[in-house]
Design a protein around this ligand. Sequence first.
Ligand SMILES: *Cc1c(COP(=O)(O)O)cnc(C)c1O
Length: 815
Amino acid sequence: MAFIERDIDEIKDELKERFILTSKILYGRELSELSQNEVYNAVAAVVKQYTTENWIKTNKQYAINDNKQIYYFSIEFLLGRLLNTNLINLDLKNALKIVLKELDVKLDDIYNEEPDAGLGNGGLGRLAACFIDSMASLSLPAHGCGLRYQYGLFEQKIINGTQIEIPDNWLRDGYAWEFRKPNKAVNVRIGGHAYMKEVPGEENLQLVYEGYTDIMAVPYDVPVIGYKNTTVNTLRLWNAEVNMDFSDYGTLTQEEINQRQEYRRWVNRITEYLYPDDRLSDGKKLRLLQEYFFVSAGVQSIIRHFMRTHDNVYDLSDKIGIHINDTHPATAVPEMMRILVDDYGLEWEDAWDITTQTCAYTNHTILPEALEKWDVGLFKEMLPRIYMIVEEINRRFLEGIRKKYPGDEALVRELSIIENGQVHMARLAVVGSYSVNGVAKIHSDILKTSTLKYFYKVFPRKFNNKTNGITHRRWLISANNDLAHLIDDKLTREWRQNIKLLKKINNYVDDPDFLKAIKKVKRARKRDLAKYVLSHNKVRVKIDSIFDIQVKRIHSYKRQLMNILHIMYQYNRLKNDPDYDMPVPVVYFFGGKAAPGYYTAKETIRLINAVADKINNDESINGKIKVIFLENFGVSLGEMVYPAADVSEQISTASKEASGTGNMKFMMNGAITLGTMDGANVEIHEQVGDDNCVIFGLRADEVISYYENGNYNAWDEYNTNENVRTVMNQLTDGTYGNFQTLFDYLINSNDEFFILKDFNAYIEAHEEIVRRYQDQDAWLRSSAVNIANSGIFSSDRTITEYAEDIWDIEPVEIK
Ligand SMILES: *Cc1c(COP(=O)(O)O)cnc(C)c1O
């Protein structure tokens, strides 16, 4: 709100002065002597100067208004680089470009100096990053809370076709955007023993919690800058540090010194690295510690601040909302109970009312291997007091259930937070929250009818849907500025702040000049990617080819294996079938990281590279097919890749991809979706219709029915489908090397994700794409229709719905 566009001439001189002065203060040298990295840091420092004024104002305003504030708890925030988007949001980019040019520095050259903050695995962490961008841009009082991992997601190198993981030491040269706040540190207690003891003369039992270890949680705050408004919110990332004086070594015995050093090593491990397992939960102790560590620090500091500024604890849920992003922060529920009951002496019932009116939960997956469960023994050992509280929450919850549904012990088992010696985190989150949402229509429906159906029966009104979104500022305005300008030409710049207006581009989808301009921009982005591929992969690709792209984490349910098997099929036809032709060449791009211990995923990468190696070097096919594996896919590479796509591969087994957000980034940049009826693909299809996307394969209800009835047999498919059999046999006959493990995976898992079952439908879908692409006018129109109808997938729409339906907050004008 209330943002005056900056006058370039006015701001230019001030900017230049600040930049020169800042460089001198930071480095004590002339500008001309600075390295690229130093120039980057000086620029970032100047941007921070413009940020902090509004940051202070924002916090003051929230305090004056005493409005409700939301804290979005997420174990991941996949931010990527911030310089370009911060410059755009502050409206400083054009002025800075001119200033730097006068000083002989190219802004484009220094972007790459910024480390790509990789504090997330993929979709979940990127969603959190898009959300905090929208919160600030919509002037909403809502902040992020997470962990400051010393090492982000590993850097991926491909060596001899195989993924190698390199630690991501992203903090090596410092991080320009963070502010350490040691005076806001809190202590988190881990381990020890907790029990209730009788006190003579007292009616109530008294809690004893002893022998625990204190860990100091120190916040590092990152400003979250709204788009051309005055709002600057906070992303608070917690760092684990030792809470002990190390200055008295002289008086200690050797054993005490050893103990302290052991303690120091142990503490440092807590925020040392991000677990690289996307949608896998391996039950490791350290992971539970990470989860509780940032949750406890976050909840403690929120309540502490609330108590300092308010005198009635019962107002808490009117002033604070805690959002639990997936189950990792689900201990927010018992932690809030602990603080209210143990520290502030509230009665259980009162504390429970406040807690369950404060917490809201988003479910992100129905994959069984991703559902978080913790062994009771481990949970109790690490978090003894929290475990007691979880037991009590569960006892009272089940007591109520037994009253309401007498005799239904089967129902009780399905609902119990603690079952078979395990703590079920999703169940804890549902019971402790007033709102439970899925992330796309189909996903929210599946939660109600299958994954959480017993909870839906008990709490029907908690359940709702909030279809995911992406920030159009990063994924369109910043990543594809030329396309944003084409839209400006038609709509003025107003759509940038009010994304609903983007729909008006539908008025131009039959305008030949507009379509020509779109084509030109797409070719420019394809040229950028082709240039990158030439230098990184040493492969030349033609930009007249169809750019068919699948970039996302490598996972069996996402079916990269089906994609590469189809390429093998197509290559066979090209080599062996004289009647087969490919009227348009296709370049198939893959990108994505595999969890280091996920063997099938790593073998899939190896297969893609083996196939690429063979096909790219076969001159007999005249370059009709090229296969490119893009190493180290992440946010920054994504900014180049999504805008360069003609075809967006969204081919997960129906019912398995909760939403997907890559699908939205592609669509917004004019790619045609080739996908299954899964996640948000369903809603993309709803937006653009059959003519403007290609849908194939089993539907979710068919998949679920096969699972339930067990009436699918992968061997039958192999035996009866020649297309399947031929490529399957090539996994083991040496055509591409030895991929027996992938063959065995498909058979032994009974083709758990229906790759073989959907194979022929997938072949036909590709044929449909090629048919459509040959009519370039119609294709471009489709591309424009996709852009025009992508506005609903802006996270501004998503966050507006969260604000209105779940959080009950409104925009705050910062005066
Ligand atoms: C958007 C994004 C994802 C999520 O992609 P899906 O196709 O939805 O799985 C993963 N990684 C990065 C770097 C992204 O930007």
